[in-house]
Design a protein around this ligand. Structure first.
Ligand code: FES
Length: 178
């Protein structure tokens, strides 16, 4: 059965805001070494923006305004350019995240294949809404735009694993494994 719930009606906003780090942030020696290896792969620093932001997520847990600033400095790019990149992609968390991040696609193919119902089910199971983290810090949940897995809609991403043809049963299994 086709759901007629509007995407925006279900989740009025996809911008979950940005959360500051509690204090100053700086790159560790290990991160600086990895950074040098990343820069060596590209003809100019600007091209390394995405992997440097990944490194920042690994280093600091999420991209805060402070992290945007030191990423802009290291990349030699204006702060607003880094902010545009960070806020364009849903893959860069902008707030503290749980141990596992579940993302359900809310774009057309998945929504027509029942993602709205699955999202509601998952929210009930975890007791949280989009943009929230469970009280035990184990799971964070987001509704995101196309995961580029449309051929297997409805799709979700659990950390770095893509899951297609999602059902309530497979959701139960995936959560139970964690
Ligand atoms: S529309 Fe859901 S993965 Fe593309």
């Amino acid at each position: 059965m086709i759901e007629h719930t509007s995407i925006r009606e279900s989740s009025p906003t996809i911008d979950y805001g940005m959360v500051d780090h509690p204090g100053p942030v700086s790159w560790s020696d290990a991160a600086r070494r990895d950074m040098a290896a990343i820069f060596a792969r590209y003809p100019d620093k600007r091209s390394a923006t995405l992997p440097i932001l990944w490194l920042a997520v690994r280093e600091f847990g999420w991209i805060s305004p402070q992290v945007e600033k030191i990423a802009a400095e290291i990349l030699g790019r204006p702060l607003n350019e880094i902010h545009i990149v960070v806020t364009f992609y849903t893959m860069y968390p902008r707030r503290p995240m749980g141990q596992h991040h579940i993302q359900i696609c809310r774009n057309v193919s998945c929504w027509l294949a029942g993602a709205a119902d699955l999202s509601r089910y998952l929210q009930q199971r975890l007791g949280i809404g989009p943009g929230e983290t469970t009280a035990d810090g184990k799971f964070s949940f987001s509704e995101v735009e196309c995961l580029c897995y449309c051929e297997c809609a409805p799709a979700m991403r659990l950390d770095n694993r893509y899951v297609g043809n999602l059902t309530k049963t497979s959701i139960d299994q995936l959560i139970g494994e964690k």
